[in-house]
Design a protein around this ligand. Structure first.
Ligand SMILES: Cc1cc2nc3c(=O)[nH]c(=O)nc-3n(C[C@H](O)[C@H](O)[C@H](O)COP(=O)(O)OP(=O)(O)OC[C@H]3O[C@@H](n4cnc5c(N)ncnc54)[C@H](O)[C@@H]3O)c2cc1C
Length: 519
């Protein structure tokens, strides 16, 4: 039987099971779905968008019988070839219509379907004065709970509560057979015997497609303080972030070097954004007079916080009442004195007001292409890595300048023991179907545009690989592994054999996101 007939039968079966609206085959849409934020791959033969867990199970069964690869995609906001199958011909599972949220206040648990975005979850929980411990990446306007849990994610709530995986109680996962596996036998606890939930976090979908995820609930703390500090050296910045991460006084904090601060983040400082911040600062201030005082401070600081030092660190601190938030801020100030100097707090105030900003940052401030590369370093390796990285960039500077390639850096704590060093890499190049779909024609018409630039693109890809290799030399670990970061190579033979056996048990035909994580 020809492959065209096989494909037609598969698509007909999917349409019959899910309805025609839930099966996408149209060329432009397939082009969009074959790109992540970084780059494109081969097209899927179809995209399915099941609207219920039962429909998801049925679509998985149909693909399994046909022996066709299945690749899950949440919000598509990743950049590690994680949902891109280089050889194509797969069925892509868009989880966007799996969007139910069930809040059980009595049990302090929220159950979400995998395609719920962090922004939708926050909106639903805000209305009840509740939150999850980790409550989303900066990309939460698009990023889903299922996608984040499948590749490990940090940001909002991470200093206080850790990464996405640490906030999951249990999950229901649709296996390659179409059956549903629940990862905990208890509704109230995760650690009931071996941690099966943990096995599925960070798996990039190779063990199955997450359908439902249960997360614990906490009360929202209504009072907050935002603080910013500038540092003259990376060593001082790192020492401050390490101290703060160990003390866990803040809900989250992040750092920026000067290049990133002025470029990517600085551009949020347009007039429209300022008015939006002003409205949000006032809306969120429990004490309106304090809110007005904060606006005045931000207006007087103007753009200075963007260029106050070589490195800047921004903290968001929360409390049950104003005194608690102010007290924590006071301790943090004392802790960091001698390392950095306090500067205007416009940036964390902006982030607190607009935690899930539109995805304008998928292009650089001058319309360049963008890809972040990160490594999580042990504290005793952070300063050494920074020196090695700066030396590497110095050697490459002439070529980078010639090609218009540049970098900025962002930092976050990963618990008390890890330091996330993230390089944002920019190069002049044409946009892809991803950028055109996500940003839209009206926005892009206002932005600078570059022609396709194969030389700069190849250089950026080579630099990306070199940065990952350098991070590996310094013992770094990574989130968002996809197909970009080494994983299997870092495992012992015993661990490879165990994970291989798990994969063979859950997905005997090897159809679930084949190649991700090296499996
Ligand atoms: C502007 C911007 C800001 C960002 N900020 C942050 C940040 O603050 N912190 C951070 O950690 N990352 C950040 N990211 C990276 C990324 O957005 C996040 O890691 C996010 O968690 C990706 O979620 P997603 O739903 O888009 O996943 P996708 O990109 O759709 O998928 C990611 C991986 O998960 C798998 N997957 C998706 N859904 C499922 C499912 N239901 N079952 C099984 N596997 C599944 C996919 O196959 C893929 O391997 C940012 C990205 C952008 C563009």
């Amino acid at each position: 039987m020809s492959s065209v007939i096989v494909q037609e039968r598969l698509v007909s079966a999917l349409i019959e099971a899910l309805g025609a609206d839930a099966v996408i085959q149209e060329g432009d849409a397939l082009a969009y779905f074959s790109n992540d934020v970084y780059r494109g791959g081969a097209a899927p033969q179809a995209v399915v968008r099941p609207a219920s867990v039962e429909a998801l199970q049925e679509a998985v069964r149909i693909c399994s019988v046909a022996g066709v690869a299945m690749v899950p995609r949440g919000g598509g906001a990743s950049y590690t070839d994680a949902y891109i199958l280089p050889e194509g011909g797969h069925v892509l599972f868009d989880t966007g219509a799996l969007d139910a949220i069930v809040i059980d206040e009595q049990s302090a648990v929220v159950t979400v379907e995998a395609g719920v975005t962090w922004m939708a979850l926050k909106t639903a929980l805000d209305a009840k004065g509740l939150r999850t411990p980790f409550w989303g990446p900066f990309s939460g306007i698009a990023a889903t709970v299922g996608g984040s849990v499948s590749q490990n994610t940090l940001s909002h709530g991470s200093t206080a509560h850790g990464i996405s995986a640490q906030s999951v109680l249990s999950m229901d996962v649709v296996l390659a057979s179409g059956e549903v596996l629940s990862t905990s036998a208890s509704a109230a606890m995760r650690f009931y015997g071996p941690d099966l939930t943990g096995l599925f976090t960070g798996d990039c979908g190779i063990f199955g497609i997450k359908a439902r995820i249960r997360l614990p609930l906490l009360p929202t703390l209504p009072h907050f303080e935002t603080l910013s500090f500038a540092f003259e050296s990376f060593a001082d910045y790192h020492a401050a972030s390490r101290k703060a991460a160990m003390a866990r006084l803040d809900d989250s904090h992040f750092g920026l070097d000067l290049a990133l601060s002025q470029g990517q983040i600085g551009r949020q400082d347009g007039m429209g954004a300022r008015l939006k911040i002003a409205a949000e600062v006032l809306r969120k201030a429990p004490d309106k007079m304090k809110g007005i005082a904060q606006l005045v401070r931000m207006a007087m600081a103007g753009e200075n916080p963007m260029r106050a030092g070589a490195y800047m660190c921004h903290f968001i601190i929360e409390g049950f009442d104003a005194e608690e938030a102010a007290h924590k801020a006071k301790i943090l100030r004392r802790m960091l004195s001698g390392l950095g100097r306090e500067i205007a707090n416009s940036i964390p105030t902006f982030v607190h007001s607009v935690p899930f900003a539109p995805l304008f940052n998928v292009l650089g401030p001058g319309g360049e292409r963008w890809v972040p590369i990160h490594g999580v370093l042990a504290h005793d390796r952070a300063v050494g890595f920074d020196a090695a990285y700066q030396a590497m960039i110095a050697v490459r500077k002439t070529d980078m300048d010639r090609l218009g390639v540049w970098t900025g850096t962002m930092f976050s704590p990963v618990g008390a023991t890890g330091f996330l060093y993230e390089v944002a890499l920019y190069w002049p190049d044409d946009r892809t179907a991803y950028h055109r779909t996500v940003l839209g024609g009206d926005y892009l018409a206002q932005q600078p545009h570059f022609a396709a630039n194969e030389e700069a693109r190849a250089y950026a890809d080579d630099l990306k690989r070199a940065i990952i290799a350098l991070m590996q030399e310094h013992g770094a670990g990574h989130f968002q592994l996809g197909r970009a970061y080494p994983y299997r190579q870092r495992l012992s033979p015993q661990a490879i054999s165990l994970l291989g056996a798990v994969k063979a048990e859950l997905d005997p035909q090897g159809l679930m996101n084949p190649g991700a994580l090296g499996f």
